[in-house]
Design a protein around this ligand. Structure first.
Ligand SMILES: [Fe+2]
Length: 382
């Protein structure tokens, strides 16, 4: 089986790498940026600080701070309108997954035309997007380096998965100094999202030796650093290790894709407007319990990467140990115990399951499932 490996051409990372990134941006020769961010980062002055740094490089900019958590079609359309009246020749996304995804939607429609709905699915666009520089401020989604763009269609209550090589950013920037301001809850949720990326990619039917290496290293780093980053947000070493971990997990899932955790979490996010990382964290042990029937050996490697001594264990015992270690990490970083606590409703399960089965992320789950089985996993996670 062949595989294609997608990753931005240039990726700058490490403590205080932002200055180096600014020089790299100037060297592309761009003149005016649409800075796509969220209201929180705009209010905290981070977007203005980036605009000032761009100005130091003789690059003009305009700020669009309308990327909501779980960005919507309306957010993309508002950004597109500002882009066209401002005559920007590139986009800078600043934030976590939401601003990056919103920016990808804007950049893709800017060159391809049409409506963002036209690009739902895999590789539906024909032209490269407007150049996108993605500056990351969280450690989890890896959206700053992936070809995945998730936009909520509020009229259908679903998250559209746009998996398109053309939404891959031109340049990704991961400066841990921009991540120290993340509150505990966001650190935990985004870190568990990265763990989910690594584990789903590792057991994916599209895994290959490159994605395996990325996934296992990511799991080891998350296991050793997420608790530290949650406990003390100013721990720069833990922040940097989490930045590398989420990037490695991104390299893994960008190429091996994901599984039912994401396919199901997208529905919870779209239906109840819940944080992506928390939905993943709650579903992860339940989906891997379902997968253990076919992925026991791989899950035993996950247990080892999570720090469990698996010597003398059968593959099945190793898989159970992985699920225990996942639950333990989630508990230590104070992830809610179940979907009920998040406000999900049992009566919604049939429609959530039906939509999950349509999500492109589920295609590479190692074990196939039908409607009844997905409903069962949702129920087990309540
Ligand atoms: Fe994710």
């Amino acid at each position: 089986m062949s595989s294609t490996f997608f990753i931005p051409a240039v990726n700058i990372m490490g403590i205080d790498c932002l200055e180096e990134a600014m020089v790299a941006i100037r060297n592309y020769g761009f003149t005016k940026a649409l800075i796509v961010t969220d209201a929180g980062l705009a209010k905290a002055g981070v977007a203005t600080a980036i605009a000032e740094k761009l100005a130091m490089q003789d690059i003009d900019s305009v700020i669009f701070d309308g990327a909501k958590p779980n960005p919507s079609i309306a957010n993309v359309e508002a950004g597109l309108a500002l882009l066209s009246t401002s005559q920007c020749d590139f986009i800078v996304s600043l934030g976590g997954g939401s601003p990056h995804d919103c920016a990808k939607g804007i950049a893709l429609c800017a060159t391809n035309g049409g409506h963002i709905r036209d690009y739902e699915g895999v590789d539906q666009s024909t032209k490269p997007q407007l150049p996108l520089v993605a500056i990351n401020t969280t450690a989890g989604t890896a959206s700053e380096m992936t070809r995945f763009c998730i936009i909520t269609d509020e009229s259908r209550h679903v998250k559209m998965a746009i998996v398109d090589r053309n939404v891959t950013p031109l340049l990704s920037v991961n400066d841990p100094a921009l991540m120290v301001a993340m509150p505990k809850g966001l650190t935990a949720a985004t870190g568990m999202d990265a763990l989910t990326h690594a584990i789903e990619a590792y057991v994916s039917t599209a895994a290959n030796p490159i994605t395996d290496a990325c996934a296992i290293k990511a799991i080891e780093l998350i296991s050793a650093n997420l608790r530290l980053a949650v406990r003390d947000g100013s721990d720069l070493q833990a922040r940097e290790n989490m930045a590398y971990a989420q990037f490695l997990a991104g390299m893994a899932f960008n190429n091996a894709s994901l599984g039912f955790v994401h396919a199901m979490a997208h529905q919870l996010g779209g239906f109840y407007d819940l944080p992506h990382g928390v939905c993943n964290a709650v579903l992860l042990p339940h989906v891997q319990t379902f997968n253990a029937v076919v992925s026991a050996e791989r899950l035993s490697h996950v247990a080892h990467a999570l720090g469990t001594d698996i010597r003398g264990m059968s593959a099945e015992e190793g898989a159970q140990a992985a699920i225990v270690a996942i639950r333990c990490l989630a508990q230590d970083v104070e992830i809610p115990a179940g979907l009920r606590e998040l406000g999900a409703k049992l009566q919604d399960i049939p429609v959530l399951a039906a939509n999950a089965l349509k999500d492109a992320c589920g295609l590479t789950n190692p074990r196939a499932a039908d409607q009844r089985q997905i409903e069962e996993i949702f129920r087990s996670a309540f």
